[in-house]
Design a protein around this ligand. Structure first.
Ligand code: ZN
Length: 192
């Protein structure tokens, strides 16, 4: 068990329809993280922890899309169903929603990219972030890297992330990097 409370915040990265099976950029078994993330949300609400939720919100000419030489098909277009947060997450009323990747020429992969998250965490006196969501080796990894760089403590919610795995070991490698860099691996049974 780990003790969760004052100074902790929950960050959910890009849990959006386009990343679930059937979406524009589906991640295998990504739907499995939804009920797990919902349990973390329940814990956060009970303890009054700040909750931050990022959403990819791309313009049609975003630089990460293949038409512009990027790796991905169009996904999470602003205003589309695919860009909406998935059903099944009970977000506390105080949840802060943050859009990222809104500029055509900026990748916006980390939760810290032009979202104001830095200031919000400081204002809330957050010293440790609990990070889950999609995908492990993109939004997850980059968010964790940025958090560690800011000397925040990080708990990686290993049962609430899923990897794209363009290369089969991408997700495993990303998790290893995060843990070797100082993130502690956490599962929901340890907090709930
Ligand atoms: Zn994107």
């Amino acid at each position: 068990m780990i003790s969760i409370g004052r100074g902790d915040a929950l960050i959910l990265v890009d849990v959006q329809n386009d990343f679930l099976p059937g979406g524009a950029l589906p991640i295998r078994l990504a739907d499995r993280v939804v009920p797990v993330l919902d349990r973390y949300l329940h814990v956060a609400e009970r303890l009054g922890l700040p909750v931050f939720v990022t959403c990819d919100a791309h313009p049609p000419d975003h630089c990460s899309f293949r038409a512009r030489g990027g790796p991905w098909p169009p996904h999470c277009l602003v205003g589309s169903h695919g860009a909406q947060i998935v059903d099944g997450l009970h977000l506390p009323p105080s949840t802060v929603l943050m859009k990222k990747g809104t500029h055509p020429d900026r990748d916006g992969c980390s939760a810290f990219d032009e979202t104001g998250l830095d200031d919000r965490l400081r204002l809330a006196s957050v010293v440790r972030v609990l990070v889950g969501g999609l995908a492990t080796e993109y939004g997850g990894l980059r968010t964790v890297r940025e958090a560690l760089r800011r000397r925040l403590d990080v708990a990686l919610l290993t049962d609430a992330v899923r990897a794209m795995n363009v290369q089969p070991s991408d997700g495993v490698r990303a998790e290893s990097e995060m843990i070797l860099s100082g993130a502690i691996p956490v599962q929901v049974a340890m907090v709930a």
